[in-house]
Design a protein around this ligand. Structure first.
Ligand SMILES: Cc1cc2nc3c(=O)[nH]c(=O)nc-3n(C[C@H](O)[C@H](O)[C@H](O)COP(=O)(O)OP(=O)(O)OC[C@H]3O[C@@H](n4cnc5c(N)ncnc54)[C@H](O)[C@@H]3O)c2cc1C
Length: 286
């Protein structure tokens, strides 16, 4: 057992340096980005680690780069930087809303994309459903090199990742689509969202849905796509009421989590309203 004042800090200078130090320390070290999640470890009854590897000085983890076909987001980009960096890209509006409305201004100024996605046990992450809806991939560095995997695959395996595994960047494809992010924050939940619905849609010339991805966060322990609803709404017009009805019919697919702030049943019950709001926003932004 390590007391907080006994923990050591290594300020990494490069991705290779961070991976090497984390790998050598095994389970005794973890990456540290904005530390907004890590600093509350004791409140969650999680142990203080002997060593923290600070990522904030690594240039390769910074910056939002916008190319014609994709946006590359460094793991240490903060929520505030992400919201600002995506302003003016209509297809990224949902992701920009997720980054710009999560938490508080003070937290958004330091909390990073990598930390939001890597914080296992954190079900209410706003960026996870928004990036699932955006079909994002994650580049992960480790002692065996770098690999790129779909975000869903990363979220499913992050708990078993080898020591030294580090998110380097998130890659979001661009396209002729629009996106929206809706959430229900609750005061009793410390303003964390009790349910989140993110959508990304490509619309046919006749106004019907050509391609739809829906990410749902905070309902189950890990954010996931709502494929049953995606299939139900395929080729349909962007009709908020019809979408909310379909959401009610397909809400049984979730295995929702109970929490002190909201029951699992409540999280599922609010989903149709969030779906309605998301479809309204998508229809308005075309
Ligand atoms: C008051 C408050 C309100 C909040 N409200 C919201 C909200 O409404 N919506 C929301 O989404 N979030 C909310 N959060 C949570 C916040 O978004 C997360 O704490 C934050 O995103 C974590 O990022 P970080 O950079 O601070 O990560 P850290 O605390 O530094 O790290 C978090 C975890 O990720 C790991 N990690 C960090 N970077 C990497 C990397 N590059 N590769 C691999 N592992 C890494 C760390 O080892 C640790 O396990 C809130 C937090 C606070 C304190």
């Amino acid at each position: 057992m390590v007391a907080a004042h006994e923990a050591r800090l290594h300020v990494a200078t490069s991705v290779d340096d961070a991976v090497a130090v984390l790998t050598e320390a095994g389970g005794d070290a973890v990456p540290m980005a904005g530390a907004t999640w890590l600093m509350r470890a004791e409140l969650r009854d999680e142990p203080i680690r002997p060593l923290y590897v600070a990522l904030g000085r690594i240039e390769a983890l910074k910056g939002v780069e916008i190319a014609a076909d994709a946006v590359s987001i460094g793991a240490c980009v903060t929520h505030a930087e992400l919201a600002g960096g995506l302003a003016g890209l209509p297809e990224m509006r949902g992701l920009a809303q997720a980054a710009g409305h999560a938490a508080t201004p003070a937290v958004r100024a330091v909390a990073t994309v990598g930390g939001n996605l890597a914080a296992s046990g954190f079900a209410a992450a706003d960026l996870a459903p928004a990036l699932l809806a955006a079909d994002a991939e994650v580049e992960v560095a480790g002692s065996n090199g770098t690999e790129r995997l779909p975000l869903a695959g990363y979220l499913a395996t992050r708990d078993q990742a080898a020591a030294g595994s580090l998110i380097v960047r998130v890659i979001v494809p661009r396209g002729d689509c629009v996106s929206a992010h809706t959430r229900l924050p609750l005061r009793v939940a410390g303003d964390y969202p009790v349910a989140i619905v993110s959508m990304n849609v490509a619309v046919s010339p006749d106004g019907t849905i050509a391609d739809l991805r829906i990410g749902v966060g905070s309902v189950e322990p890990v954010a996931a796509r709502w494929t049953a609803l995606e299939e139900a709404l395929a080729s349909q017009p962007l009709d908020p009421e019809a979408a909310a009805t379909a959401a009610r019919e397909h809400a049984g697919v979730f295995a929702p989590r109970d929490g002190v702030e909201a029951s699992g049943a409540y999280r599922v019950r609010v989903l149709p309203a969030l779906v309605r709001r998301a479809i309204e926003a998508l229809a308005a932004s075309r």
